[in-house]
Design a protein around this ligand. Structure first.
Ligand SMILES: Nc1ncnc2c1ncn2[C@@H]1O[C@H](COP(=O)(O)OP(=O)(O)O)[C@@H](O)[C@H]1O
Ligand SMILES: [Mg+2]
Length: 341
């Protein structure tokens, strides 16, 4: 869960050009929320995402990630909990590195003390190839090409993948983060998670012993133990509170309509498959209606409309436009927002 409390962000403080980009904004995202954000130019949409990711601090207010104040956490620290895709396809990937090196870099995110973070094991290659195949852009055949040679759409899709894949964190990291983000007595949280892990491991060991002492043949035993390991892993990963939150800032705006649609569909699939909490800024009302379970409209640094669930499903461009005119009279709206791309 992410909670923004009373966030204020001003630019050019105390000068004639002082701007209040975010104005006492409150917003709570539940786990798995997919929020689309619309609003005119300068409404504060990008600033909102920048503040969540920690690109710059807010002047006032608090950002809570699973009930923990992350306002003071550095951007590079926060980066392990957020995946971002920007409007510009040139940002977000390393041009001089190959497709597979970029993926390896993203995959290693969250692994501490890895010296060669762009290195990868042969067993990773198969995983990367399968992930790339799901994009349907033929990138799996271009593993060893430099990213600079890819089209805008291919790069955005790759960035999207990079923002959402990561190797599973070590069990120690799962435990550490569980305590770190626990809302309440941390000592108790530590005892609780230590006990839960110990129990799971003990159960695993006991079952493994049973298998080893059974009359099964070698191959059967191996298969059974692998199964047990999977069960153990699933049990322990339930405590992983650090799935990345996806932050998308008009990430398809620079693409041609057909490619944009493809990248949006990929986005939707990745979000749903992983139940990722997502904020997607879009200039396109049609897309804002089509995707996500909740839509917010921003104007002058505030949330002026917040529509979720059934009500969101019933939204039409016309009602959204009416709402826009009522709530943000002086905001500029790009034509593309009304007419689509
Ligand atoms: N780095 C910055 N320096 C000065 N002003 C900024 C900066 N970033 C944004 N702003 C101002 O803050 C307001 C909100 O901008 P932004 O969040 O980019 O809006 P949006 O993404 O909704 O178009 C605008 O008035 C913009 O000019
Ligand atoms: Mg913007």
């Amino acid at each position: 869960m992410i909670e923004l409390r009373n966030i204020v962000k001003r630019f050019n403080n105390g000068t004639a050009s002082e701007t209040v980009a975010i104005d006492h904004l409150n917003l709570t995202l539940q786990e798995g929320d997919f929020i689309t954000v619309i609003g005119g130019n300068g409404a504060g949409k990008s600033t909102l995402i920048n503040i969540i990711a920690g690109s710059f601090p807010a002047d006032e207010g608090m950002i809570l990630l699973n009930n923990n104040d992350v306002s003071k956490m550095h951007e590079y620290q926060r980066a392990q909990y957020f995946g971002r895709v920007f409007q510009d396809p040139m940002v977000g990937t390393a041009t001089d590195m190959t497709v597979i090196e970029n993926l390896a870099l993203a995959y290693g995110r969250g692994k501490t003390r890895s010296l060669f973070r762009w290195s990868y094991r042969p067993s990773d290659v198969e995983f990367f190839v399968n992930e790339l195949k799901t994009l349907g852009l033929g990138l799996e055949d271009r593993l060893y090409q430099k990213v600079g040679l890819l089209s805008g759409g291919q790069r955005q899709a790759l960035t999207l993948l990079m923002a959402t894949i990561r190797s599973e964190p070590s069990y120690n990291k799962v435990k550490r983060d569980y305590v770190r983000f626990f809302d309440g007595d941390k000592k108790l949280a530590k005892q609780e998670i230590d006990a839960a892990f110990k129990q799971a491991f003990d159960e695993f060991k006991a079952s493994k012993k049973e298998v080893l002492e059974s009359g099964l043949n070698k191959e059967e035993k191996k298969a059974k133990i692998k199964e047990l390991k999977n069960v153990l892993d699933k049990k322990l990963r339930q405590y992983d509170v650090t799935k990345p939150v996806l932050l998308l800032d008009e990430h398809t705006a620079a693409l041609d309509p057909k490619t944009a649609e493809k990248v949006l569909e990929t986005t939707d699939r990745i979000v749903k498959e992983n139940n990722l909490t997502t904020i997607m800024i879009t200039h396109n009302m049609k897309d804002a209606i089509k995707y996500g379970n909740r839509l917010i409209m921003m104007s002058k640094g505030k949330v002026v409309a917040d529509i979720a669930g059934e009500e969101k499903k019933k939204l039409t461009i016309e009602t959204l436009l009416d709402m826009f005119v009522t709530n943000s009279k002086n905001d500029m709206l790009a034509d593309s927002a009304i007419f689509g791309d």
